[in-house]
Design a protein around this ligand. Structure first.
Ligand code: AHG
Ligand code: MN
Ligand code: MN
Length: 333
């Protein structure tokens, strides 16, 4: 029978094999617990009066849903117990939350408690995204770090099944929450993104704002067998990055939320520290690529917690093609 170790067993094995820090195991277990509780809140939202808006906007100036707040509070309340967690940075909080005096090796948690929240009432998949970095030396309160500094990253998807997808820097593994026990068990070991694909995901209603490299790429996909690609492409858009990334991990594809003329002043749409970086790490660890259009996302030095960025990620051949179109556009002046 196929062995499906629990998340705890999987991580304790890593601890024995490659020295995974037990404090990181505690933190990831706390994140998994938070996601389990958020999954329950989502399922019970109609009974608990948790559908709809809070009536306020968050730090991003976006409408806050009641469940955005519930999910944020759940993450913070559960993860605050982690003994070596020094600080939290959340999409829903303007400021970082410091939990202790930072010591070398302490952990920093960046999270989007509920991603794709416009999908909740429609009954489509939503998720939670997290990224973990470490304090470099005692007393160091630096929270702005490149994505390459992440020691772990992942997401939970609340869909037909609840899953946790995780990278510890050696590939990507997927765990399904078993109905009944609540255990996350390894069901999708060594997830990989196929290099080639015929599927792309973009919010096409923004066509009028796109820069020419993105228009060129999408126009060529849409031209299908009669166009320069000579292949028929399919388009997808769920408005939930977690669902898009999950689909790409399962069957390939490319996801674009580029910087365009409408969002350029803000840097883009998606947030670097708790959306683009963790998803970029997952996709790279699964053999795909993640680019801003001009550079690998993970090499970008942030200058703000809530910084936004253009995101093109998924199958390496397609991401490299879009990056190449950007390079040709720059070269042409
Ligand atoms: P969030 O719900 O955390 O604000 O994130 C939503 C993001 C992302 O998940 C999705 O790809 C994108 O916003 C959807 O944007 P559109 O509204 O342009 O479709
Ligand atoms: Mn989000
Ligand atoms: Mn969110």
């Amino acid at each position: 029978m196929t062995e499906r170790p629990t998340l705890r067993r999987y991580m304790t094995r890593h601890s024995a094999l490659d020295g995974l820090d037990p404090n990181l195991i505690f933190l990831i277990e706390d994140i998994a617990s938070a996601c389990r509780v958020i999954g329950n809140s989502l399922r019970n939202a109609a009974f608990e009066g948790n559908h709809g808006l809070v009536g306020d906007t968050n730090v991003q100036g976006e409408d806050q849903k009641k469940l955005d707040v519930v999910a944020d509070e759940t993450f913070a309340r559960i993860c605050e117990n982690s003994p070596r967690l020094a600080a939290l940075v959340s999409e829903e909080r303007e400021e970082a939350t410091w939990l202790k005096e930072p010591e070398e090796g302490d952990y920093l948690l960046y999270y989007d408690p509920l991603d794709g929240s416009s999908n909740i009432e429609v009954g489509l998949s939503v998720g939670s995204i997290f990224s973990i970095c470490q304090v470099e030396k005692d007393g160091d309160r630096t929270l702005l770090k490149k994505g390459r500094a992440q020691v772990a990253a992942g997401y939970a998807i609340y869909g037909p099944a609840m899953m946790l997808v995780l990278t510890l820097g050696h590939g990507v593994d997927g765990f399904t929450c078993e109905y009944g026990t609540g255990d996350f068990r390894l069901t999708h070991p060594s997830m990989t993104v196929p290099a080639k694909t015929r599927e792309f995901a973009i919010n096409a209603s923004r066509y009028r704002y796109w820069q020419s490299p993105v228009r060129r790429y999408v126009d060529e996909c849409i031209a299908g067998t009669e166009g320069p690609r000579g292949e028929a492409f399919n388009m997808r858009w769920t408005a939930s990055m977690v669902a898009e990334v999950h689909r790409i991990l399962i069957r390939g594809g490319v996801f674009l939320y580029p910087q365009d003329t409408e969002n350029a002043a803000k840097g883009g749409r998606l947030r670097l520290l708790y959306e683009a970086n963790p998803m970029g790490a997952i996709i790279e660890q699964a053999g795909g690529a993640a680019s801003t259009g001009t550079m690998p996302i993970l090499d970008l030095m942030p200058d703000d917690f809530h910084q936004r960025v253009g995101v093109i990620l998924g199958s390496a051949d397609e991401v490299n093609r879009v990056a190449e179109y950007h390079a040709q556009d720059r070269a042409a002046g």
